[in-house]
Design a binder for this molecule. Structure first.
Ligand code: GAR
Length: 196
């Protein structure tokens, strides 16, 4: 099960990988917090069920989180992948999918958490950045790390060029890690995530 808010190139990589039965994982549904995004269109073209749950259509965040939890649970996913999902999941969601929700982030955490990671990395002048897949906990981009992939930061990079370079390694990292997690299982001890 994948949740998206935007262009969905990470989702596309998972959809492409799942076309091979040997991959061992498939995308059972795709959810979004907004309409009209390419991520939903990619899922529809692939014949995957989609839904949209907008915060604005609910009385408050808690009600939205409850609706999201119920909807995601209806697909009985082994793993929930946040792939460019630009909302924080809430307490109910975390309680229901604790240890089974992963998020991909465009920086080498714990450097540059938050919504502007590539811009923050360029502004700080770091020479290496990358992508991090982590297990979602109650913090913002703080959970135990599953995998990381690094890229160089060039002196003439802006946030967009750096983000595109990160996304090329991010998609590979995500596909490899999600496939292994679903095929081999995983355990979490403290901050260590062990696959297999
Ligand atoms: C990805 O780079 C992901 O790490 C980032 O959004 C992009 C989504 O791209 N997520 C965040 O910044 C979350 N804070 P995509 O829609 O093409 O997969």
């Amino acid at each position: 099960m994948v949740l998206v808010s935007g262009s969905g190139t990470n989702l596309q990589a998972l959809l492409d990988a799942s076309g091979d039965p040997a991959y061992g994982a498939r995308v059972v549904a795709v959810g979004a917090d907004r309409d009209g995004i390419e991520g939903l269109a990619r899922a529809e073209r692939h014949g995957v069920p989609v839904f949209t749950l907008r915060v604005a259509d609910r009385s408050d965040r808690t009600a939205w989180d409850a609706a999201l939890t119920t909807r995601v649970a209806s697909y009985d996913p082994d793993l929930v992948v946040l792939a460019g999902f630009l909302k924080l999941t809430g307490a109910q969601f975390l309680a229901r999918f604790d240890g089974r929700t992963v998020n991909t982030h465009p920086a080498l955490l714990p450097a540059f958490p938050g919504m502007q990671a590539p811009a923050d990395a360029v502004a700080h002048g770091v020479r290496v950045s990358g992508a991090t897949l982590f297990v979602v906990d109650a913090g913002v981009d703080t959970g135990p790390i599953v995998a990381q992939a690094a890229v160089p930061v060039h002196l003439d990079d802006d946030a967009a060029t750096l983000h595109e370079r990160i996304k090329t390694v991010e998609r590979t990292m995500l596909v490899e890690s999600v496939g292994r997690m679903v095929r081999e299982g995983w355990s979490i001890e403290g901050r260590k995530v062990r696959i297999g």
